[in-house]
Design a protein around this ligand. Structure first.
Ligand code: ADP
Ligand code: ZN
Length: 614
């Protein structure tokens, strides 16, 4: 390693309080320190920010960070200030005075880092000012937004390609958590990083336990049960619609959960309030649309529940990835249905744009549902999707813990397909099930005379619905949304014939009895996260005392508790019970700046609070 990386490691220890670099951090930093461009794909929580923050602090000039969201910027800037790093943001949320102050700090050479939005940066006047400012590095956060092959294309990102010509001598670093190979190539092309080294970390997130289940009858009941089984934990519940998010938040609040809604239907003041509440509160649950997303850097989110499924595997990984950023155990739970899949495909069909893009997006949808409804380890499936060839089963997802048992249902599938054929695709799922059971109310003479009428006594209504879902997921049936009154028709005729002829067998998965992430883990986590952080009973009181001190301190400073210390750091302190500043400094997450600010208070809490260890 070159000397510059050793210097960078000193900063990591002294300022950030971390013992050593993780994963690819040292390599990425080495590249930027040498003045070269780079593209880094590191998983959420993988520590992307220090990859540009440290070079920005060490190289001459100010580091310019392009970031898509104001919330993300203010959070990062606040966290940096807590560490004693000179950082500012320049966004539309600033008052004129604040803006002037930031500019004068900048021209006086007093800043290590400045954060801007793409629109903010690419204005001629702003670019001109930066042309006269020495720059250490240009970082482009959430760089997948530049590519239409990604899942979150933002047209305003395209303009960032011109940074190459404006600042040809400044090293540029593009970072993202999710980009498959094609998206990576596109990012490199769009941002003129063709010659840049690409650093792609493993997509593994060992702290996440994944599970997915088909939606049952009433989705919100299930969501409420899942949330209530995790009391005191912070979480995000994603809904596919504003209305859904709103109703879920109300439902959860009615049932005593600290929950609020977040979606684009709320005005920006209320969104801002909700965000601050979520960041500042321990055990807060946000019921949100994906408008609540990018850059939510709250480290202690313990679960993400998709009440409606995400758009693609990239989105899944990014959304689920907002849980467990502090590295402590967290869960991602997804509810999905065949109708969700049909709707997603329909939306892509209706969207305007090039046919190739629609095809790629439709394939992404199918790959998502193949993973959700598949039998293989979910974590390994995601990693393979991102191009990892050596992903082993994770050992902790629902599929790994309880391998599903397949039951042969070929005969029943033939009955269902033939009923759909005879009914001519004119009916939805409920009528189809009634037909198979022979329970259609006021049945017409012609329907009653069909050979498929009442032919399906072997299953209950829910058994048939499960089988119909299976046929939809396997592409044997299609559901046409028909403006909210979906109709079911035969899909690929060749595939359907193969089932009729018995050449293609069908199996459904038999879930173990009483299954469901709320109960089946068998370890309902204790209220205050003792189990999550592996805290011995003897240390619980001290952990609580440290959290209480942190909450009060955060209140005084009007910052979220985690910018003071992470739960994980408090847990380590509670375990180690340091009595000297040197011992406290040895704990991960305690750097020089934090020691100076909080050392005395923490040592006093350790000495006095929480009672003595028995
Ligand atoms: P992301 O890659 O998701 O943007 P961040 O940069 O926010 O991740 O870092 C995630 C967390 O990991 C932060 O709390 C950060 O302090 C911590 N972190 C970053 N680098 C290290 C390291 N080398 N050792 C320990 N913790 C680290
Ligand atoms: Zn697994």
């Amino acid at each position: 390693m070159p000397a510059s990386v050793d210097t960078a490691r000193d900063v990591l220890r002294r300022t950030f309080g971390h013992a050593d670099f993780r994963g690819l951090q040292a390599q990425v930093i080495g590249e930027i320190m040498a003045g070269r461009n780079a593209l880094a794909v590191l998983p959420t929580g993988g520590g992307k920010s220090v990859c540009y923050q440290i070079p920005a602090m060490l190289r001459p000039g100010v580091g310019l960070v392009v970031s898509p969201l104001i919330a993300l910027m203010s959070d990062q800037v606040e966290a940096l200030r807590q560490l004693g790093v000179k950082a500012a943001r320049m966004d539309s949320g600033l008052s004129g005075d604040e803006r002037d102050a930031a500019w004068s700090q900048l021209s006086a050479g007093e800043l290590d880092l400045i954060y801007l939005s793409p629109e903010g940066l690419m204005q001629a006047a702003v670019l001109e000012r930066f042309a006269r400012t020495p720059l250490s590095v240009i970082a482009i956060d959430e760089a997948h937004c530049v590519s239409q092959w990604g899942h979150d294309f933002r047209p305003e990102y395209r303009a960032l390609g011109r940074l190459a010509e404006f600042f040809p001598t400044v090293p540029r670093l593009a970072v993202t958590a999710t980009a498959d190979a094609r998206t990576r190539e596109d990012i490199a092309a769009q941002l003129h990083l063709e010659d840049a080294e690409q650093f792609v970390a493993s997509f593994a997130r060992p702290e996440l336990s994944l599970s997915a289940e088909r939606k049952g009858g009433r989705g919100h009941d299930r969501v409420a049960a899942l949330v209530k089984a995790r009391p005191g934990q912070s979480g995000i519940v994603y809904s596919g619609s504003r209305d859904g998010a709103q109703r879920l938040a109300e439902r959860l609040a009615n049932e005593g959960v600290a929950a609020r809604p977040y979606h684009a239907g709320l005005d920006s003041r209320r969104r801002h309030e909700a965000l601050n509440w979520f960041l500042g509160e321990e055990g807060a649950v946000m019921a949100a649309t994906i408008a609540f997303g990018m850059g939510i850097d709250k480290p202690d989110v313990r679960f993400v529940i998709h009440a409606d499924p995400p758009a693609a595997i990239e989105a899944y990984w990014q959304e689920i990835g907002r849980a467990g950023r502090d590295g402590a155990p967290a869960e991602g739970i997804t509810l999905y249905s065949a109708s969700d899949m049909a709707w997603a495909l329909e939306r892509i069909r209706r969207r305007e744009g090039p046919e190739v893009v629609a095809q790629v997006q439709a394939r992404k949808v199918r790959e998502l549902y193949a993973m959700l409804d598949g039998t293989a380890c979910r974590a390994a499936a995601v990693r393979r999707y991102f191009g990892e060839t050596d992903a082993l089963p994770c050992g902790q997802c629902d599929r790994c813990l309880r391998p599903p048992v397949g039951v042969d249902v070929t005969l029943a599938a033939q009955k269902a397909l033939s009923a759909v054929h005879r009914l001519g695709g004119r009916f939805g799922r409920g009528r189809l099930v009634d037909h198979l059971l022979g329970k259609t109310k006021g049945v017409s003479e012609s329907e009653g005379a069909m050979t498929t009428f009442g032919v399906g006594q072997e299953f209950s209504p829910s058994g048939w619905r499960g089988l119909i879902d299976q046929l939809l997921f396997e592409g044997l049936l299609v559901e046409q949304p028909n403006d909210g009154r979906p109709l079911i028709a035969l899909a690929d005729p060749e595939a359907v014939r193969a089932v009729y002829r018995g050449e293609r067998q069908l199996t459904v998965l038999k879930e173990p009895q009483g299954a469901g992430p709320a109960t089946r883990s068998g370890r309902p986590r204790s209220r205050r996260g003792f189990a999550v952080f592996d805290i011995a009973p003897a240390d619980e009181a001290l952990f609580e005392a440290l959290r209480a001190w942190r909450k009060a301190e955060a209140g005084r400073q009007r910052v979220p508790p985690y910018v003071i210390f992470h739960d994980q750091t408090l847990a380590d302190i509670a375990r180690a019970r340091p009595v000297t500043p040197t011992a406290l400094l040895a704990i991960n997450g305690v750097g020089q700046g934090k020691l100076e600010r909080y050392g005395e208070a923490v040592l006093a809490t350790v000495a006095g609070g929480g009672g003595a260890r028995p």
